[in-house]
Ligand binder design. Structure first.
Ligand code: C5P
Length: 425
């Protein structure tokens, strides 16, 4: 049997996992079918992947498939003759930047917990240098097995022993039951692995973010909104989470997936966004306002649909100004005393620097991020201009996630000392 050219491993030297070598361990479970996609995703993100499988895993998916996807022969036995020193468990674990077990079966967890080492995968996990080679586990099992006190006890103890448990999904299971215990999807696991390797300059910080447009109702079927896609704010939320913060994202009406590990609060109108932010600002240490909040709302939304009355006259709409969420939060005692660091955004069409500088002073924030509205709304990339009291810095056009990570690093570097020590107190 040959491997088709279009099945050859994809690689990206510039991906989020460039330079990382992941040992991907598969234990026995139907979720092995997802490990094939995961292997591809890791490689696409720039990692090199060495697959190690238990005998049980090879009942669910063949080593041939995993070899084709990873571009490397798969290891299944501790007696593998290919290693000149005959110590595959040592060699494989010393080369790894991380060992990721996906799927990690209930049985394999129990083995890890007891330090058993009667097959290559468990032997390799036990032999790994515990301080320099992290062990990441993606459990996968039936909901009853997952909920069983023995499994929960094992999960708890494995974390105490230094493993990182990436959590489980919930929903329909291969056995026909519904509940917790599914293996996370490959794209979720990929995001978790990327986040795992990211530096953590926001550890201990609680970051509150607004994102997306708002929708101001005219009547039950019509309203006023804008072209903000929410992509920049969602990218900032993901980057802040990767950087170790606890993140709450207050999102206007957008259809974007919630970044992993981020708490999302959905709102529609500017007033709802204001209320949601006000209720959470006291708990935050950083506030980043990326939302394109409507400046005005109809003075009174009609309860019934406004109908044409045949006169040819358009209805007269009156507007009132929405409260400025950012200015209100930035003016709060906590923000003024340095306990809450506020960042604003400005979407302009021209004279970006002058407008951004003026807006920073008007909003009373230490850092304001300018961008050109028509060049960012709905786009996957953007260019930013960071403006503070000392001057300005351009972040050239790049993917929004890339810019969001740069912005988060900038914010972390600017946090007052009192906030940086926040989580240590
Ligand atoms: O005044 P302008 O709308 O241009 O200000 C943009 C900045 O202020 C953004 O950070 C936006 O999220 C925030 N803003 C707000 N509440 C408003 C209007 C703007 O938080 N009502």
């Amino acid at each position: 049997m040959s491997i088709q050219a279009n099945e050859s491993p994809e690689s990206s030297a510039t991906g989020d996992l460039a330079g990382k070598h992941i040992v991907l361990g598969l234990s026995g479970g139907i979720a092995c079918y997802k490990a094939a996609e995961l292997c591809r995703a890791l490689i696409k993100a720039g990692a090199t992947v060495q697959v190690v499988m238990t005998e049980a895993a090879a009942q669910f998916i063949t080593p041939v498939t995993m070899q084709a996807l990873s571009g490397r022969p798969v290891y299944t036995s501790q007696w593998d003759q290919r290693e000149t020193n005959n110590m595959a468990h040592i060699n494989l674990s010393r080369e790894a930047d991380a060992i990721l077990i996906a799927p990690c079966s209930a049985d394999f967890m129990a083995k890890l917990l007891h330090g058993r080492a009667d097959d290559l995968l468990s032997l390799m996990c036990l032999a790994r240098p515990i301080d320099s080679v992290p062990l990441l586990l993606a459990p996968a099992m039936n909901r009853e097995m997952y909920a069983h006190p023995a499994t929960q006890r094992n999960l708890f103890q494995l974390q105490a022993d230094g493993a990182t448990v990436l959590g489980v999904g919930s929903g329909f299971q291969a056995c026909g039951e519904t509940g917790d215990g599914r293996m996370l999807e490959p794209d979720q696991l990929l995001d978790d692995v990327i986040a795992f390797f990211a530096p953590k300059p926001l550890a201990g910080q609680r970051v509150l973010i607004t994102a997306g447009p708002t929708y101001e109702a005219i009547d039950p079927v019509r309203g006023i909104t804008n072209l903000s896609s929410g992509k920049m704010g969602f990218a900032v939320a993901r980057a802040a989470r990767e950087a170790g913060a606890e993140v709450t994202l207050v999102a206007g009406p957008v259809s974007l997936p919630t970044p992993r590990g981020v708490t999302r609060v959905d709102v529609k109108s500017a007033q709802q966004m204001f209320d949601a932010v006000s209720a959470r600002a006291d708990a935050a240490t950083v506030f980043i306002a990326t939302a394109a909040v409507a400046d005005w709302r109809p003075a009174a939304a009609s309860v019934q649909k406004i109908k044409k009355d045949g006169s040819g006259e358009a209805p007269q709409l009156a507007f009132v100004e929405n409260a400025d969420i950012l200015a209100a939060v930035a003016g709060s005692t906590r923000a003024q005393s340095g306990a809450l660091f506020c960042v604003g955004f400005a979407a302009e069409s021209h004279d970006l620097l002058a407008h951004a500088q003026a807006k920073r002073l008007k909003k009373g924030v230490p850092l304001l991020v300018g961008n050109i509205g028509p060049a960012t709304f709905g786009q996957d990339d953007n260019a930013l201009l960071l403006v503070d009291a000392a001057g300005s810095q351009e972040l050239p056009r790049a993917a929004k996630l890339h810019l969001a990570r740069q912005l988060v690093a900038t914010v972390a570097a600017r946090l007052p000392k009192t906030l940086k020590n926040h989580h240590e107190n």
